[in-house]
Design a protein around this ligand. Structure first.
Ligand code: OSB
Ligand code: MG
Length: 368
């Protein structure tokens, strides 16, 4: 199939509630939406990157630049006869995984429409009922945290993840256990600790957490391996797993017992599937993380969750967890924390050009 036209949109949608991690507070989603056209069909993808280079080095601006100046010129007008060709075409760009993932997602959407098959089937998914947990940012007070958790539990989310940082860790976790008892609970530190904090991390061991996500440095594997030996709680790596190679290294070193897979972080959906596969063989369960995706990235994440080793509920959630209005119809909606994947061609939701335009702050079109 020849890619005849590519559009990119810088879409900015306000969050219903600020989202705070150990590296800062966000109040908008600022993602790049990609639309690929060929054979009379249109595929949509999303680079769900953060506006600041704090989660990783990519930003909304670097995704725009790398797409416009490198990836789009390589892909436009080309005969793309399969995913290998697309990935090879993009491979001359080193890194920039979120940028590549936006284009790969649009390719897969287009491909599934052309094949008349749902994407989760094309990817080899075996599960159609997807479960969602919810990720809750750092709040201004423990009372507010407890109140937000009550709301999400009422909506049926299957597990609670709370963001922690030094000074906001044992006290909120203890309060949550005290109020909600034995709920599935985990924490995410976004790399805020060092091995000097071993005492605090060991005190979290008391609370029977499902896992502790990314306690140490964003690029570290060896110190996490040291830490894992001293904790009962499984370590889950997010930031440190930057792709297939770091996933292999983490398994070899024993840096973690669980991996959070975000397609954007690891370099796309095929990289996500490969990490899933090597983890399955190593008996390391995985789950799908989130980047406050708009509907397109969210729908693509739901499709990847269908693979058999996505064992834990993902940070997938309903559109209304973050946004009053989404750019797909219908919006993603979990009921009692569960959602049934559609068997229609594509990813089960229709991207809405008018809504994409409504929230776009700049757009570019490239034609062959
Ligand atoms: O570390 O998982 C993370 C959001 C932005 C950047 C990093 C992370 C997150 C989340 C939110 O935890 C997950 C979601 O609900 O999309
Ligand atoms: Mg994380």
């Amino acid at each position: 199939m020849k890619i005849e036209k590519i559009e990119i949109h810088h879409v900015s949608i306000p969050l219903k509630h600020f989202f705070e991690t150990s590296f800062g507070r966000e109040d908008h989603g600022e993602h790049i939406i990609v639309k690929l056209s060929g054979d009379g069909l249109h595929g949509y993808g999303e680079s769900a990157v953060s506006p600041d280079p704090s989660y990783c080095y990519e930003t909304t601006e670097t995704v725009w630049h790398v797409m416009k100046d490198f990836l789009i010129p390589a892909v436009l007008g080309r005969e793309i006869d399969g995913i290998e060709t697309l990935l090879k075409t993009m491979s001359k760009v080193r890194g920039h995984h979120f940028a590549k993932c936006g284009i790969e997602g649009a390719y897969w959407h287009l491909h599934s429409l052309k094949e008349g098959q749902p994407l989760h089937r094309i990817w080899g998914g075996t599960r159609t009922k997807i479960q969602s947990g919810v990720s809750i940012g750092i709040q201004d007070s423990v009372e507010e945290l407890l109140e937000r958790i009550t709301g999400f539990l009422d909506q049926g989310y299957k597990r609670i993840k709370i963001k922690i940082k030094p000074g906001w860790d044992v006290v909120p976790v203890e309060a949550v256990r005290k109020k909600f008892g034995d709920i599935p609970l985990m924490v995410d530190a976004n790399a805020a600790y060092t091995l000097n904090d071993l005492g605090i991390l060991q005190s979290l061991d008391e609370f029977d957490l499902t896992m502790i996500e990314q306690p140490l440095h964003f690029a570290d594997l060896t110190e996490h391996a040291v830490l894992q030996k001293q904790l009962k709680t499984p370590i889950c790596l997010d930031e440190s797993i930057s792709g297939v190679r770091t996933a292999n290294a983490a398994l070899a070193l024993g840096s973690c017992k669980i991996i959070n897979i975000k397609p954007g972080r690891v370099g796309g959906y095929m990289a996500a599937r490969e990490i899933h596969d090597i983890c399955k063989i190593a008996e390391i369960p995985v789950w799908c993380g989130g980047m406050l995706e708009f509907g397109i990235g969210r729908a693509l994440n739901l499709a990847i969750c269908s693979l058999p080793n996505f064992i834990f509920p993902g940070d997938v959630s309903s559109s209304d967890r973050y946004f009053d209005e989404d750019i797909i119809t219908p919006p993603v909606e979990f009921t009692d924390g569960e959602l049934l994947l559609s068997e229609e061609p594509g990813f089960g939701f229709k991207p809405d050009d008018a809504l994409i335009e409504k929230y776009s702050i700049r757009s570019l079109q490239f034609k062959n």
